[in-house]
Design a protein around this ligand. Structure first.
Ligand SMILES: NC(=O)c1ccc[n+]([C@@H]2O[C@H](COP(=O)([O-])OP(=O)(O)OC[C@H]3O[C@@H](n4cnc5c(N)ncnc54)[C@H](O)[C@@H]3O)[C@@H](O)[C@H]2O)c1
Length: 362
């Protein structure tokens, strides 16, 4: 099979537009993004050590000295202590304003790398090389970087868009299938809020879309990135319209909290999508067929669509402190129809509970 050339999606809205490159075996696209740098730090966690060596090799070939920096995996890497160790490493290697940070890994690694780049010398260039599906369609796109602290997840951070994002689908070959499928929940979200062709494609062949080497997943990644690109361009600093990306996330965050973050984000989002659709239906805003389609599409992918029936009181309490609630009023992104998202501030308590009991509880 001949090599398909990469697709480039431009992200506007920030200080400088940048591109998300989607394709397979993309490391040849790295050198132009680091042009002018003498050094590049390659931040990565242990599961990505091999791929990070390939990234370092591509940098060295382009004449840029690569400095691999190993960081703890997943959320354990998103701490102030780890960021401080990265700053120390940059200092020891003599990093200057023209040098570059490359973040290789899932959303946690790219969030950390972006934050380290945002803060070193008050902001140096960085490149995101997301290796999880969630990273490619969500975390690495949009310019938000962040860390977790004792006060909560992602409460410390900076808007610091990368110089470019390489969504190299061949990196997904080593991603456990369960994580790949979990990442599809964010893709499904994009389908419901903005691009129903995503849903058509999943319905036409749910098994095919979980194959990282196949054309179906590639098209879904491109479509989801385009959805995020449009939303981010309209609201680069999350002042308002970007809220639609929170579809399904209000209940999802509550589930993550109740589970002590021991649940995959995509699994929580899948349940949250079913809930948001049920809420809109209970409120007479969304038709039954579109609400039911949420369950059907997510189930076809093998994603969870229900949660413990006795959990409502805990979930309701957790939602009260959702950081996206404003002044104590819960704000739900709901659909008034397919691809017609809007925000519902303060839905009646009775509907909140009924939607849970009828649509999500098992
Ligand atoms: N900045 C944003 O706008 C934004 C948006 C959404 C999510 N996020 C953040 O993203 C993070 C979640 O990202 P995630 O779901 O990618 O989780 P993750 O980064 O924790 O990665 C999940 C696991 O998969 C491993 N992994 C990643 N790619 C792999 C590969 N190709 N092969 C083998 N293993 C691989 C990781 O090492 C990790 O163990 C959270 O910290 C979340 O806050 C940020």
């Amino acid at each position: 099979m001949g090599q398909v050339s990469p697709t480039r999606v431009t992200i506007e809205g920030g200080p400088v537009p940048y591109q998300v490159v989607v394709g397979r075996d993309l490391l040849g696209s790295l050198p132009p993004l680091v042009a002018g740098a003498q050094r590049a730090a390659v931040l990565h966690a242990p599961p990505l050590a091999r791929y990070a060596r390939r990234v370092a090799g591509a940098l060295e070939t382009a004449g840029v000295a690569a400095h691999p920096i190993g960081v703890p995996d997943a959320e354990a890497g998103k701490t102030v202590e780890v960021a401080a160790r990265c700053w120390d490493a940059l200092g020891a290697a003599g990093f200057t304003r023209t040098d570059v940070v490359v973040g290789v890994g899932g959303g946690a690694a790219t969030d950390l790398a972006g934050f380290v780049a945002a803060t070193w010398l008050r902001g140096v260039r960085w490149v995101a090389v997301p290796t999880s599906l969630l990273g490619m369609v969500d975390a690495a796109v949009g310019g938000k970087t962040g860390l977790n602290t004792a006060a909560g997840k992602n409460l410390v951070g900076a808007f610091h868009p990368p110089a470019g994002v390489l969504a190299d689908l061949s990196a997904l070959d080593s991603l456990p299938r369960v994580d790949l499928v979990a990442g599809l929940a964010e893709v499904v979200k994009c389908g419901f809020i903005a691009d129903p062709a995503i849903l058509d494609q999943i319905e036409a062949g749910p098994a095919a879309v979980a194959d990282p080497a196949g054309p179906a997943l590639r098209e879904l990644v491109e479509r989801a990135v385009r959805v995020k690109a449009r939303v981010v361009a309209a609201d680069p600093r999350e002042a308002g319209p970007r809220e639609v990306l929170n579809y399904g996330h209000t209940l999802a965050h509550a589930i993550e909290q109740v589970e002590g973050y021991g649940v995959r984000h995509g699994h929580a989002v899948a349940i949250g999508l079913v809930y948001a659709a049920g809420l809109a239906r209970a409120g007479g805003r969304l038709d039954r067929a579109t609400a039911d389609r949420h369950v059907a599409v997510l189930r076809a992918l093998g994603l969870p669509t229900s949660y413990r029936g006795d959990a409502w009181p805990e979930l309701r309490r957790a939602m009260r402190v959702d950081k996206k609630a404003r002044g104590g009023t819960l704000r739900f992104v709901v659909l008034d129809g397919l691809a017609r998202p809007s925000v519902w501030a303060g839905p009646p308590e009775e509907l909140l509970e009924r939607a849970y009991t009828q649509e999500v509880a098992r």
